[in-house]
Design a protein around this ligand. Structure first.
Ligand code: FAD
Length: 386
């Protein structure tokens, strides 16, 4: 979801705009500070600004390692913003409940003291070790870095929605065929067909049925079978709404379509009863999930297992010394793809990286509560105790 495109999320949009502004200013600072021949020389580059990449900034910051952070999306937050900005998360330690968006905004506030430079809307496409031990990192927009350490926090990789296969339908992509809802208001008062059986399909179907600013004229949920992967409460609610004739459930698959004057006017649905029916519509919303595409990360010579980057559990380092992998992208015995696991990994990876950035320095564990040095890097007052 692009929060800038959604007028409902002004607060978040402001926060993200701040990030954009800060990132541009910081990039200018970098040009003064540590850019040689157009290459940014730095201690750490983080690939991915999901929750774990953001927290990596914090853990590096405590060790006085300044980071640059790159994401192919135009905004930070990874899956939390892209997939479930308004859903509640209940298992962040000491935060009883927060939404994906609130978690992202809290992380952005928490890392603000460290002035990380954001490079958004660009994919890291190249990573190569240099003779001096540093890494050359390049993005799709031509930003280049020479860095002592790299943190791969790429999650499930670049987000690629699974598409609906029907010859010729692609031409309606982003006009009448959608794989994401960026602006729910554009569907208000429309006749919608929503395809899929997971949480996204059910959530959006329920959202567009309920009275409010996004209410559609009609909603048909189309799934290939009468069984759903979505949360049971959503399925129950959907069936109640169907019983009340507020929406309709169809089982079958899209096998074709009709167009008139360049517009998609009807899809053909082959039902499980063998009958093909024409279903008129204004917009087709398809939620088949994301297919994880590691993208360029797969080509950097890192040890991989089942499309994930193999790491140790002491430093979360890959088979290449100086390259760490944290969050959903990594794999090790017992790995659980949870945000809290990623936060732990980020802390240990930062300590692992300190050995490359400060080879002559002994790194001690300090508490943020009591360490005047950490208070200084955090920019807070040291408390005075009686
Ligand atoms: P991501 O959030 O996936 O972020 C990775 C970022 O890297 C993305 O922004 C991507 O664009 C970027 N990227 C990838 N490759 C490149 C590249 N080459 N160049 C530049 N950028 C790149 N977890 C919980 O702990 N609790 C929950 O309640 C919970 N609920 C969830 C609900 C849903 C519906 C989903 C889908 C997930 C949920 N999760 C939950 C899982 C949680 O969101 C993930 O564990 C978490 O987002 C992983 O964070 P990450 O930073 O590792 O990766």
């Amino acid at each position: 979801m692009n929060s800038k495109a959604n007028p409902q999320v002004t607060d978040t949009a402001r926060t993200h705009d701040d990030i954009h502004d800060r990132s541009h200013n910081d990039i200018r600072d970098d040009i003064r500070d540590d850019v040689r021949d157009g290459v940014i020389e730095t201690d750490a580059v983080i690939v991915g600004a999901g929750p774990v990449g953001l927290f990596q900034v914090f853990e590096l910051g405590l060790l006085e390692i300044k980071a640059h952070i790159v994401d192919s999306l135009a905004y930070p937050g990874g899956q939390c913003i892209e997939l479930y900005p308004d859903k509640p998360i209940y298992d962040i330690p000491a935060v009883p409940v927060c939404t994906g968006r609130e978690l992202t905004d809290s992380l952005l506030a928490q890392i603000a003291p460290f002035g990380a430079t954001f490079h958004l809307g660009q994919e890291v496409s190249e990573l190569q070790r240099q003779d001096d031990g540093r890494f050359h990192v390049a993005t799709s927009k031509g930003t280049r870095f020479l860095t002592k350490t790299v943190f791969i926090a790429g999650g499930v990789g670049s987000f690629q929605p699974r598409t609906l296969k029907a010859d010729g339908l692609d031409k309606f992509h982003d006009t009448q065929l959608f794989y994401r809802v960026r602006n729910p208001q554009q569907f208000a008062g429309k006749n919608l067909v929503i395809v899929g059986g997971g949480d996204s399909a059910l959530d959006w179907a329920l959202n567009f049925v309920q009275p409010g600013p996004h209410k559609a004229e009609s909603v048909i949920l189309l799934h290939r079978r009468d069984g759903f992967r979505a949360a049971p409460a959503s399925v129950t609610r959907m069936r109640e709404l169907c019983d009340a004739y507020e929406m309709q459930l169809m089982t079958g698959q899209v096998t074709g379509f009709d167009e008139a004057d360049g517009r998609l006017v009807r899809i053909k649905v082959s039902g499980n009863d063998g009958v093909t029916r024409g279903v008129p519509l204004d917009a087709l919303l398809v939620f088949f999930g994301l297919s994880p595409k590691l993208g360029p990360i797969a080509e950097w010579g890192l040890g991989l297992e089942r499309k994930q980057v193999v790491v140790d559990t002491e430093k979360f380092q890959t088979n290449v010394p100086g390259i760490f992998a944290v969050g959903d992208i990594n794999i090790y015995p017992g790995k659980k793809k949870l945000i809290l696991s990623g936060f732990h990994e980020a802390a240990l990876a930062a300590f692992g990286a300190a050995a490359y950035v400060f080879p002559d320095k002994r790194i001690l564990l300090q508490y943020t509560t009591t360490s005047p040095k950490l208070h200084k890097v955090l920019g807070v007052e040291s408390p005075v105790f009686d």
